[in-house]
Design a protein around this ligand. Structure first.
Ligand SMILES: Cc1cc2nc3c(=O)[nH]c(=O)nc-3n(C[C@H](O)[C@H](O)[C@H](O)COP(=O)(O)OP(=O)(O)OC[C@H]3O[C@@H](n4cnc5c(N)ncnc54)[C@H](O)[C@@H]3O)c2cc1C
Length: 321
């Protein structure tokens, strides 16, 4: 029994995975995304350094089901596998948001559509934008957005689910990209376990697509919290200086730089689950924070929310026969 009455809020990996799962089962869905493009924390940005991944630089998993999917995506050239220090990592090809765009395919998606409020009555769910334009009614709704944003939407219509989302302590992360036309000759495998400001460093080498060697500095969550409201330029200066301290020779002036602040970067429920739901009203909540706060958890949660929804539709159909 195909249905076109399903809405999904959020076109990150969780929302897209839910949408693909429902589509594969013969349902058509409508996705609503507040940004102009897909990806969420798998976003990439065009810059004079080339395309830069703003959030996740690479991800990993040992779940055979996810690995099976990753290998299928590898076959069609959507992801690439990397090996480092005995670990396997995956990246989107040629950048992270390209992967999510491929996954989204021709799924119906309303971009630049910020859902500000939800209401529910006997007809189903209405999704309201800021200008009070309403979408719906939808019989089934999957909310696949970060916990604080989910909590704000759920507060007036599903306070118990809002309360669970509210319990997630979400940490911010500052990212800084430094570009060098003349590549640095330093060791590109810099570890920073004891650095007060930087948690992780990723280097993108010079190439046809990347006119500058780019060093992506991910700030520590506690450092990011402390400097959350700082000016972008001050954050660039501070992380550049912390980076310089890690090198054994002077750091030349960079040719390009930018900073990006993620207010809701990392966080998860204390007791991991897969997805939250109120099946009687057709309401499902997914996202990385339902699991361990990573790409794999987002995928797993999106898949699970869609599966719960399908199981419920199936049971309801049988009950009506
Ligand atoms: C800097 C950084 C580094 C990271 N490093 C790693 C790593 O190394 N490994 C790893 O596995 N994970 C990492 N992560 C975490 C990983 O990126 C996330 O776990 C995952 O991408 C979350 O996917 P999601 O679909 O749950 O949420 P999101 O990607 O946040 O997607 C939610 C989407 O919903 C949209 N949205 C929100 N509110 C609304 C609304 N009201 N109306 C409409 N649309 C809305 C957003 O715009 C967004 O597109 C990192 C994250 C960051 C920020």
């Amino acid at each position: 029994m195909p249905s076109s009455n399903i809405a999904i809020i959020g076109a990150g990996i969780a929302g897209i995975t839910a949408a693909r799962t429902l589509k594969a089962a013969g349902h058509s869905v409508q996705v609503f995304e507040k940004s102009r493009g897909s990806g969420g924390r798998l976003a990439s940005k065009r810059s004079e350094m080339g395309r830069i991944n703003l959030g996740t630089q690479a991800f990993s998993s040992d779940d055979p089901l996810f690995l099976e999917e990753l290998h299928a995506w590898q076959q069609v050239g959507w992801v690439q596998q990397h090996h480092s220090a005995g670990q396997t990592y995956w990246t989107g090809v040629p950048y992270m948001s390209a992967l999510t765009r491929q996954l989204l395919g021709d799924l119906n998606t309303d971009f630049s559509c910020h859902i500000q409020r939800l209401s529910h009555d006997s007809r189903g769910w209405l999704l309201h934008e800021q200008n009070d334009r309403a979408h719906g009614p939808f019989q089934q709704l999957i909310i696949a957005i970060p916990a604080p944003q989910a909590s704000a939407l759920l507060n007036s219509c599903a306070p118990e689910l809002a309360h669970q989302a509210d319990s997630v302590k979400v940490q911010p992360v500052w990212m800084v990209a430094l570009g060098f036309k003349q590549p640095l000759t330093h060791n590109t495998n810099i570890k920073c376990p004891s650095n007060q400001a930087i948690a992780d460093i990723t280097v993108t080498p010079l190439s046809a697509e990347h006119p500058m060697q780019t060093w992506m500095l991910r700030a520590r969550a506690d450092w990011s919290s402390k400097h959350l409201e700082n000016q972008h330029d001050d954050v660039i200066d501070a992380l550049r200086s912390a980076f310089s301290d890690l090198l054994d020779s002077p750091l030349p002036l960079h040719d390009s730089a930018f900073a990006h602040r993620w207010r809701y970067a990392l966080g998860a429920l204390k007791q991991p689950t897969t997805a939250l739901y109120e099946q009687q009203r057709g309401l499902y909540v997914a996202g990385d924070w339902c699991g361990s706060g990573d790409v794999y958890s987002a995928w797993h949660s999106g898949k699970n929310a869609a599966q719960q929804l399908l199981d419920h539709l199936h049971c309801t159909t049988i009950a009506h026969l």
